[in-house]
Design a protein around this ligand. Structure first.
Ligand code: GLP
Length: 244
């Protein structure tokens, strides 16, 4: 779906998600959301906060799982995804602290495998993800599933692609400060979500959006796996959709 701009795309999806959360809550259970970081979801989180302030959306019965976290960053590091989520969404809505799940970037190496398995188990125990939000990296990654991530991959330690680290360098004040590894949900984890929305804005994403949507389904572009999902939609602004 191509919108004139990111504001309209974000507003549309925020209203759709608010309706979904209400429907699920009315059926008597919490809604389970998979959340993403990066610059892309910012206008979308802004719209969710606005709907919350207007009394149209409550997060009281929402459980969240974030896609990924940098390895080696403590939760109070401003570039950690934990800090990002607090700043951009969680601090502004009525979500209970115990409902928030983000991989722990400070998990010691010997506990990493168990931590990733426990994360998968928490998702299963919550009933699976109802709605998964995604951005897309210039390498075609979703979460931090860089080229070569198998379709069936699960939550695990991943090595960041040089392009991804370059893109993150300004925020970290230099490439040397960007972590080399992260914990990320796998492609398999993501593809099990019942509904998926991928957001992309701006001309810099136009080529990879085209590749993901119309190129071959390949582990070299993990977003291409979405072509085979039964309910996945790309929400694009005119620039990101300009090559389609
Ligand atoms: C990071 C995140 C991804 C995100 C991507 C794009 O790699 N792990 O989830 O989609 O960046 O970032 P941006 O939205 O800032 O372009």
């Amino acid at each position: 779906r191509i919108f004139p701009d990111r504001t309209e795309a974000s507003r549309t999806l925020a209203l759709e998600l608010a309706a979904l959360i209400r429907t699920i809550n009315e059926s008597g259970r919490p809604a389970v959301l998979g959340l993403a970081t990066g610059r892309t979801p910012l206008p979308f989180y802004g719209e969710l906060i606005r709907l919350h302030r207007e009394g149209q959306l409550s997060f009281a019965k929402v459980i969240t799982f974030n896609l990924d976290e940098y390895l080696g960053l403590p939760g109070n590091h401003p570039e950690s995804y934990r800090a990002f989520m607090r700043r951009e969404l969680f601090d502004h809505v009525d979500i209970p602290a115990e409902n928030l799940n983000i991989p722990d970037g400070m998990v010691p190496p010997e506990a990493l495998e168990a931590h990733c398995a426990a994360y998968e188990e928490l998702i299963r125990a919550a009933g699976g993800i109802d709605f998964q939000l995604l951005g897309i990296g210039r390498t075609g990654h979703i979460g931090f599933n860089e080229p070569g991530s198998p379709r069936g991959s699960r939550t695990r330690k991943v090595e960041l692609d040089p392009i991804t680290r370059q893109d993150a360098a300004p925020a970290f004040g230099g490439l040397e400060n960007v972590p080399e590894y992260a914990i990320s949900m796998g492609c398999g984890t993501i593809l099990e979500a019942r509904r998926i929305a991928l957001l992309a804005w701006g001309a810099a994403k136009a080529d990879i959006v085209k590749e993901a949507l119309t190129g071959p389904v390949t582990d070299q572009v993990s977003a291409s796996f979405l072509q085979e999902h039964q309910d996945a939609t790309f929400y694009l602004d005119a620039e990101a959709g300009s090559k389609l």
